[in-house]
Ligand binder design. Structure first.
Ligand SMILES: Cc1cc2nc3c(=O)[nH]c(=O)nc-3n(C[C@H](O)[C@H](O)[C@H](O)COP(=O)(O)OP(=O)(O)OC[C@H]3O[C@@H](n4cnc5c(N)ncnc54)[C@H](O)[C@@H]3O)c2cc1C
Length: 413
């Protein structure tokens, strides 16, 4: 069995590490961060394919995966419902998935504080150097080190994340804090609110300790808001002490002034249910939204996967499912062809175009959001049509569309 290195110990890295370990390979995972990664993410929308990948990674998937919802609703600014749609889905969280995948992987193979600095390869192996001076060698390397991948920067230096022109404000609010009106009209649904050129969405997720019991859950929100790159984005990524974080501000560093502003705007332009959620969320945080489109994902004995390979804007709700699918493809080709460059080439053949289509589909959904308002005149028919389109197309399972090459666009407006 082969020696295989995985770089990045988040969800993508853990998927593939578990699958290859289960094939009997000698897998070592190198993760830059020290300490627990838990608490990094908020809500995650699941698709059927995600459960398949989790099982293949060795995780037990049962009713504790997340909170089921059956319906999507769109709320108008006054809080009334302007659209409804039946779409059953399970909503989980980054920490729940991380826990499931981490539990399956031996701790002695999950090495932390290992920031990979350089990677080289020759005809028989890949060599890695970490910032702490340690070195590793293996027959293959799978890089799942995220949107700012150090491995991709070395192998494909011209590929960079491109800012989409807007940010996502995110957070989770305890169910127990919410008014009866918000609980009755929004909480149990996948909810939307569509101010001009913006989009608020939310859904229930498990509460502390992955508790899915009514009363113990939380409502996860994602609010997409435009921010120009030169001034507004810099301001949002600057903390209250004036320190600027160009590649992303840590959640707890988000300036209290910006939080106060976004809460005020929520009261002005969102349905009161969502404004209440913003008001009662202890620490809203924000992430700039990027596109990342790779033209090559395999370089001899090295493969990119997960966010290191492609990042589609989160409207598709596909990031984790895509990472799971890519991990399954890598594992299957290694199973068929051994831990060889040919296996990775077969992975690229299968997934390169699909990854590009996910990005394109996500851009289409993002542009639709950005254009809404610019072209809509705000009348009730336009609002209803926007609501129906957004509910029908956001974070739905697009596997069948992708397989048929029908990723973008599926509807013309
Ligand atoms: C607003 C928002 C909402 C989202 N909602 C959803 C959703 O609903 N559903 C969904 O499926 N996805 C969603 N996603 C996307 C999802 O979070 C990611 O696609 C997914 O987590 C896959 O990440 P990854 O493991 O590839 O990379 P990451 O999670 O970024 O992990 C990369 C890992 O590599 C480590 N690392 C980095 N550099 C090095 C190095 N040099 N050496 C060693 N280790 C290194 C990092 O510390 C990190 O642990 C959302 C994303 C955003 C921004």
């Amino acid at each position: 069995m082969a020696k295989i290195l995985i770089v990045g110990g988040s969800l993508g890295g853990l998927f593939v590490a578990n699958m290859l370990l289960r094939q009997g390979h000698d897998v070592t995972l190198l993760e830059k961060a020290l300490g627990s990664l838990d608490g990094r993410g908020a809500g995650i929308i699941t698709h059927d394919a995600l459960a398949v990948a989790l099982r293949q990674a060795g995780a037990i998937v049962d009713a504790t995966l997340g909170v089921p919802v059956t319906k999507r609703v769109t709320l108008d600014k006054d809080g009334s419902t302007i659209g409804e749609m039946e779409i059953p889905q399970i909503l989980t969280s980054w920490s729940r998935l991380y826990q499931l995948l981490k539990e399956c992987f031996p701790v002695e193979r999950y090495l932390q504080g290992k920031a990979v600095k350089t990677v080289t390869q020759d005809s028989s192996s890949v060599q890695v150097s970490c910032e702490d001076g340690s070195k590793y060698e293996a027959e293959l390397l799978i890089a799942s080190d995220g949107i700012r991948s150090a491995i991709r920067a070395q192998l494909a230096p011209t590929i960079h994340p491109e800012y989409a022109g807007y940010v996502a404000w995110r957070g989770v609010c305890d169910e127990a804090y919410l008014s009866s009106n918000t609980l009755n009209t929004l909480f149990n649904n996948f909810g939307f609110c569509l101010p001009n050129g913006e989009q608020m969405l939310g859904y229930p997720v498990a509460g502390s300790g992955n508790d899915t019991r009514p009363g113990k859950r939380r409502y996860n929100f994602v609010w997409y808001r435009p921010a120009n790159e030169d001034q507004e984005l810099i301001n949002l990524l600057t903390d209250a002490d004036g320190h600027y974080y160009p590649t992303g501000i840590p959640p707890l560093k988000v300036s209290w002034k910006n939080i106060a502003d976004v809460r005020k705007t929520a009261r002005d332009i969102l349905a009161p249910q969502f404004a209440e959620i913003l008001e009662k969320t202890a620490s809203p945080f924000l992430q700039p939204i990027y596109d990342l489109l790779s033209e090559q994902i395999v370089f001899g004995r090295i493969a990119l996967m997960g966010d290191a390979a492609f990042v589609g804007r989160p409207h598709v709700g596909m990031g984790v499912t895509k990472a799971g699918d890519e991990a399954m493809a890598i594992a299957q080709h290694i199973n068929n062809l051994g831990a060889t460059p040919e296996a990775l080439a077969a992975y690229s053949e299968e997934r390169l175009q699909l990854g590009q289509q996910v990005v394109a589909r996500a851009q289409y959904l993002g542009r639709y959001m950005q254009a809404q308002g610019a072209k809509g005149n705000g009348d009730s028919t336009t609002l209803k049509r926007n609501a129906d389109t957004v509910m029908a197309e956001t974070a739905v399972d697009i596997s069948a569309l992708l397989a048929q090459g029908k990723a973008v666009p599926v509807t013309t407006h």
